[in-house]
Design a protein around this ligand. Structure first.
Ligand code: GLU
Ligand code: MG
Length: 440
């Protein structure tokens, strides 16, 4: 009996939800009865690739999604169903454009150098009315709504079960709050190995959306649902770990920490950081992947007073007005990604950029601790970020080192789909635009 079938029996699962995340971050799945698990564990569940965002044609054969038993997660709200992340195979070959495989490949690349990426994500989201049109709670209208206790507890029906579910799954949740925009929330869980975090991130989005639907709400992770409010960030916390030497205890050590280093961080951490700075424009195509993503970056102040999102490419100490923050002597925080970032591609791209910084021993230059909202640094010190998805895709097309790291086959498939989307959506004419220009 396969691992998966045995686990499924032990957990008394009736069904398996064999799931993969396509290139646009959409979660796709097949529901499989327990009796079919042994065959599915071996051969995978079949999908018509063209029907998802994978850059395939209707003439391609079946994409087989092979479940990874390590990711098996019983649905806390439906424990007879087990969610499992799968990786894609086409014509007997692993697919280069499978996001989870791409992340695993980057992790293997890091491992060959003696590093393990550990990461955490802060996946902010809005709770909207069921139709997604506006903020669900009419009483949630403070000018500075962050940490609003009453608005948070009015959502106890959702946030309580969410924390409980995460506790039960062993994720180590430690806080939930009302965020800086009306209708916006955040739930944090403990950082972990990057693949574990990516699986949890993918599952978290499914879980939040499902539990919100059960409450008659729509949860949205989109980057900037409302122009005048703070958007949804997906700040990513990063550290590289290594075994404590073969002669040592075997306990992993945080290689980003160095008490003698600037702000307590090692030369390795600064090289990683320098890689993120250098590749930031191209990285945006993956960390800020939608047309809407660019309404969050370099945006005007919100009604709450700040966007809290980066305006340019720079780093700082413990200061939230730059793209990269050094919150303490253990890690880096990349504040660039938004809620629409793909759970697996986000971390794969970050790791590829950071490893390039390490391999070339890049140095990031001086940090800047100014308030970059009140008195922004000039573009010669703090280069601007891509202004739209088109610019980000141009930077992605031109960044040969990042592409080499990620693999050209994946890059071509991804760029092709996103360019199509950009071409289609950039042509949209909104009601506001029509109104503004009607009499011109
Ligand atoms: N929502 C902000 C963003 O878009 C982040 C707020 C925070 O610092 O938590 O990045
Ligand atoms: Mg936040």
């Amino acid at each position: 009996m396969t691992d998966l079938a045995r686990q499924a029996r032990e957990l008394q699962l009736k069904f398996l939800l064999i799931s993969f995340t396509d290139l646009f971050g959409i979660q796709r799945a097949k529901l499989v009865p327990a009796s079919a698990i042994p065959a599915m564990a071996r051969d995978g569940a079949g999908f018509a690739g063209f029907a998802a965002w994978l850059d395939l044609s209707p003439a391609d054969g079946d994409v087989m999604a092979i479940p990874d038993p390590a990711s098996l997660t019983p649905l806390p709200w439906q424990p007879e169903v087990g969610w499992v992340a799968a990786e894609l195979v086409l014509a007997g070959m692993p697919m280069a454009q499978c996001p989870r495989r791409l992340l695993r490949r980057q992790l293997e690349r890091a491992e060959a150098l003696g590093y393990e990426l550990r990461s955490g994500v802060e996946a902010e989201f809005f709770l909207l009315g069921a139709d997604g049109g506006g903020i669900a709670d009419p009483a949630d209208h403070q000018e500075k709504p962050c940490y609003d206790q009453l608005a948070l507890m009015r959502r106890y029906g959702l946030i309580g079960p969410l924390l409980e579910a995460m506790e039960q799954l062993g994720w180590g949740p430690y806080q939930a709050d009302h965020e800086d925009a009306n209708g916006q929330f955040e739930v944090n869980w403990t950082f972990a190995h990057a693949l574990t975090t990516a699986d949890r991130h993918a599952f978290f989005k499914v879980m939040v959306k499902t539990l919100a639907e059960q409450e008659g709400l729509k949860a949205s992770f989109m980057a900037k649902p409302f122009a005048e409010r703070t958007g949804n960030g997906c700040h990513t916390h990063l550290s590289l770990w290594g075994a404590a030497g073969t002669a040592g205890t075997g306990a992993a050590t945080n290689l980003f920490h160095d008490p003698a280093g600037e702000l307590g961080l090692s030369a390795l951490a600064y090289q990683f950081l320098a890689g993120l700075l250098e590749h930031a424009p191209a990285l945006c195509a993956l960390t800020n992947p939608t047309v809407n993503s660019y309404r969050r970056l370099a945006a005007p102040p919100t009604t709450s007073g700040a966007t809290w999102s980066p305006a340019g490419i720079s780093y700082c100490g413990n200061n939230r007005t730059h793209m990269l923050r050094i919150p303490d002597d253990q890690r880096l925080e990349l504040r660039l990604p938004d809620g629409s970032a793909h759970p697996y591609l986000l971390q794969a791209a970050i790791l590829a950029a950071g490893l390039d910084g390490i391999e070339r021993q890049l140095e990031p230059g001086p940090r800047h601790d100014n308030d970059n909202y009140a008195a922004p640094l000039g573009p010669e010190i703090c280069p601007r970020l891509p202004a739209d998805l088109g610019e980000a895709l141009d930077a992605f097309a031109a960044d040969t080192r990042l592409r080499q790291g990620l693999g050209e086959e994946f890059c071509q498939a991804y760029e092709h789909l996103r360019r199509r989307q950009w071409q289609r959506e950039r042509g949209d004419i909104s009601d506001a635009e029509r109104l503004a220009c009607l009499d011109s």
